[in-house]
Design a protein around this ligand. Structure first.
Ligand SMILES: CC(C)(COP(=O)(O)OP(=O)(O)OC[C@H]1O[C@@H](n2cnc3c(N)ncnc32)[C@H](O)[C@@H]1OP(=O)(O)O)[C@@H](O)C(=O)NCCC(=O)NCCS
Length: 309
């Protein structure tokens, strides 16, 4: 497929409803449909991302990871703000065929693509604007290329286990979408269901275990949260791998701020003004401000747990 071959779906309204996109977002996105003549730059970029989705269809996430789609400039028009959502939507008919062929239950398919509606809601909440463009889209492209499935409380990315000489096995990377509390029973049910479903859908990918890279697994949280909190209960289900040097000292702070506190992080280190923006209603919000005020940082940590064989 080349950029000029990219087709945006004609039945977009119906597909957006299927993806749980709220009425207001549907209306705005339909009015911001990129057009090769009127918006040539956005068309080329949208087409490139749509092509990338198709080229990676059903490929597991390599152990080298993948980058979030680039964020668009704040000055972008509505077409730019919604362009990446159009790229995702263009791949939906193909994705639905994949799910049907693999025998994925309808409820899993709907929940999986419902991330599109979810991302638009978070975007409005965090950035005060409609669209998806200001949010670094890491998970949604994986969902729309058949690498990530939402099953109950968690979504799971099919990924490679690399042990220094190519692919040595297969893992599922666990994510915690922002869809309510992390109830331990519901979380474990989701993990058990994934361990049953994936070998049926992808019999050539025997699952060795689960990994979770997240701010949730930072052991420093135990200094602030009660031992019986959902977050610390979740932490105890994993062996936490040693801390790697972060790409910047505030990488984990930014993640926690954006993903958990739903606040737009600054470009660089957090200032006293940034901390003053954080509401102080919950233990996590207070922990965030107190930890950073004392000159420390939160970190993304990776946890692993093996499946029983
Ligand atoms: C992960 C998540 C579901 C955990 O929420 P939870 O089940 O309420 O967690 P806990 O019970 O352990 O919470 C402990 C404390 O932290 C607070 N807390 C937890 N998550 C919070 C959040 N996102 N924002 C503000 N406070 C939060 C709780 O309110 C509680 O404080 P309180 O007793 O004073 O009310 C929640 O943080 C969330 O939805 N995050 C967004 C998604 C995310 O970050 N996923 C991980 C991506 S890598």
């Amino acid at each position: 497929m080349t950029a000029s071959d990219v087709q945006l779906p004609e039945n977009a309204t119906e597909l957006l409803e299927y993806c749980g996109v709220a009425e207001r977002d549907r209306r705005e996105m339909l009015a911001a449909r990129p057009d090769p003549e009127k918006h040539p730059e956005w068309w080329v970029l949208t087409s490139a991302l749509a092509t990338n989705l198709e080229q990676n269809l059903e490929k597991p996430l390599p152990s080298t990871g993948h980058r979030a789609w680039p964020v668009v400039p704040e000055s972008s028009t509505q077409v730019g703000m919604y362009a990446w959502a159009w790229a995702l939507l263009s791949g939906l008919p193909r994705l639905l065929e994949v799910h049907a062929r693999r025998g994925v239950p309808e409820a899993v398919t709907r929940a999986t693509v419902g991330a599109l509606g979810g991302v638009m809601g978070s975007h409005r909440e965090i950035y005060g604007r409609s669209g998806v463009g200001l949010m670094p889209l890491w998970g949604p492209p994986l969902r729309f290329r058949g690498a990530d499935y939402e099953i109950g409380r968690h979504s799971f990315t099919r990924t490679h286990l690399g042990l220094g000489d190519g692919v040595s096995g297969h893992l599922l990377m666990i994510h915690v979408p922002p869809i309510g509390p992390l109830d331990p029973t519901v979380s474990e049910q989701s993990i058990t269901a994934a361990a049953q479903f994936f070998p049926q859908w992808y019999p050539n990918e025997p699952i060795y275990g689960f990994v979770c890279p997240s701010w949730l697994l930072d052991p420093q949280l135990a200094e602030y949260l009660p031992a019986e909190s959902n977050i610390l209960t979740f932490q105890r289900r994993f062996t936490i791998l040693p801390l790697l040097p972060p790409s910047t000292p505030y990488e984990g702070d930014h993640e926690l701020m954006r993903l958990a506190l739903q606040l737009a992080p600054p470009e660089g280190p957090l200032t006293a003004d940034d901390l003053a923006r954080v509401p102080q209603d919950t233990t996590l919000q207070r922990a965030f401000v107190s930890h950073l005020s004392s000159g420390r940082h939160f970190h993304l940590r990776t946890g692993i747990r093996l499946t029983s064989h």
